[in-house]
Design a protein around this ligand. Structure first.
Ligand code: HEC
Length: 204
C-alpha cells in the first residue's frame, strides 16, 4: 500500500499545516523519498490506516462527510459535541474486535443513555440502513475504526449484510441494554496497530 499517498489524505490534526500541505503535494507529484522526510517530522501516526484498503477508506471518508451524514453530529475529526453527540475519536468502542454492535448502531440507530469517554449521552441517533448501501456502511465503519487513533480492523460488506439480514425490516433503534444482551453475530476483525505494516493480502 503506498502510504505517503494515502496518509496525505488523513494527516492527524497534530501535524502542523505545512506538513499537511506538504503531504498533499507529495500525493500529487508522488516524489519518492519524501515519505522518509515526513517520518522525521514525527507525524507518522496514521491511526491504523495502512491496514485498510485506501479505496474503502476514501469511500468511507466521503460517506462520513456527506451532507446530513455523520459529520453533522459527530463533527470533523470525530470530536463530537460534549453531552450532545459522542466523540468517535479515540473512542474505545470503535476499536473493539467484534464490529457487530457498530453495524447494529449505524444500521438501526441508538437511543437511551450511553457513555462515551466518561460522558453521558442521551440523544437519539437514527438508523441509516435505508440511506447507505452495505458497501457505504462497511466503508464508513472501516473509516471511523481506522481513523483518529482508533485501531479497529476493517468492516466488510459481508459482515454488514450478515447483521442486517439477521433483523429484516428492523427500524427500531437499539438500546445499550439490548446490545449487551444480543451478542456477536460476525467474525471478529483483528485490531490494528497504529504503525503496523499492511497485512498480507487475503488469497481468498
Ligand atoms: C443526527 C445526529 C447523528 C448522525 C447524523 C449520526 N449520529 Fe452517530 N450518534 C448520535 C448520537 C446522539 C449518538 C448517541 C446515542 C445515544 O446516546 O443513545 C450516536 C452514537 C454513535 C455511535 C456509538 C458511539 C459509542 O460510543 O458507542 C457510533 C459508532 C456512531 N454514532 C456512528 C455514526 C456514523 C458512522 C454516522 C454516519 C453514517 C452517524 N453516527 C450519524 C448522533 C448522530
Amino acid at each position: 500500500m503506498s502510504c505517503p499517498l494515502f496518509c496525505a489524505m488523513s494527516c492527524p490534526p497534530s501535524c502542523p499545516p505545512f506538513v499537511q500541505s506538504l503531504r498533499a503535494r507529495v500525493a500529487v507529484v508522488g516524489v519518492v523519498g519524501v515519505g522518509a522526510l515526513l517520518g522525521l517530522t514525527g507525524c507518522g501516526d496514521t491511526g491504523g490506516h495502512p491496514r485498510a484498503d485506501p479505496e474503502v477508506m476514501a469511500l468511507g471518508k466521503a460517506v462520513y462527510h456527506r451532507s446530513a451524514s455523520c459529520v453533522t453530529c459527530h463533527q470533523e475529526g470525530g470530536v463530537g459535541v460534549v453531552k450532545a453527540f459522542p466523540p468517535l475519536r479515540a473512542n474505545p468502542d470503535l476499536s473493539v474486535a467484534d464490529p457487530t454492535d457498530l453495524i447494529r448502531i449505524v444500521s438501526h440507530g441508538l437511543v437511551g443513555e450511553t457513555q462515551a469517554l466518561g460522558v453521558t449521552y442521551n440523544a437519539p441517533m437514527a438508523g441509516l440502513s435505508s440511506r447507505l448501501t452495505p458497501e457505504e456502511m462497511a466503508a464508513v465503519l472501516t473509516y471511523i475504526r481506522g481513523s483518529w487513533r482508533n485501531t479497529g480492523g476493517p468492516v466488510t460488506v459481508d459482515q454488514v449484510l450478515a447483521v442486517q439480514q439477521a433483523y429484516p425490516g428492523r427500524v427500531k433503534p437499539w438500546t445499550v441494554e439490548e446490545l449487551d444482551a444480543a451478542g456477536p453475530l460476525v467474525p471478529e476483525s483483528p485490531a490494528v496497530e497504529g504503525d503496523a505494516p499492511p497485512a498480507a493480502p487475503d488469497p481468498g
